[in-house]
Design a protein. Sequence first.
Length: 211
Amino acid sequence: MKITSVAKYKGTTYEVVIDDERKIYLHADIIADYSVFPNTEIDSAALRKIIWASNFRRAYQRALYLLDYRDYTYAEMHKKLIGTYKSEKLCGEVMKKLIENGFINDKRYAERAARKFVEVKRFGYRRALREITLKGIDKFTAEDALAPYEETFEENLRALLETKHARDLTDKDDRKSIERVKSALVRYGYDFTQINRAVKEYFEDNYEEDD
């Protein structure tokens, strides 16, 4: 095979014509790295290598573009790339480079997510764990990220009772209102034992203050 012509196409992309008929589009970096010049003979193996390098570069740059807007877990980014580039081998190599360069780090992602779900959203352990693992983080990594917040969960539960749900906790004999609060806290990810104890202490503390 022979490279018939190499001409600028758009921006940093070049149109490469092979044997006067086949056209491929390569970034200027690929052109330079693989010495793609007019009237150069090229065999099938070399062409496959160039096309692989071009596809790898496109996929990697796409990943960096996505990461400019938000963090991704390994699972999320891999799914994005597979949806566009289809090749498991190609996407696997791109993911490997992203990890090596520190752009994808599930441990770091889990720690940031844990901070958000616990300190900002005030979710209980179960809800926080579920939200993190839904992003593709494995359970053990998620559990490690939540480990430092054992005391914070208790503090958050008390804070939710004293602020968000205080208006429904004015009467310890109003079972309907109390059950409504407990159901809301279950959805927040707290277990029944925690909730029952916190509600009991909430009323005890308030009655003590009234006395």
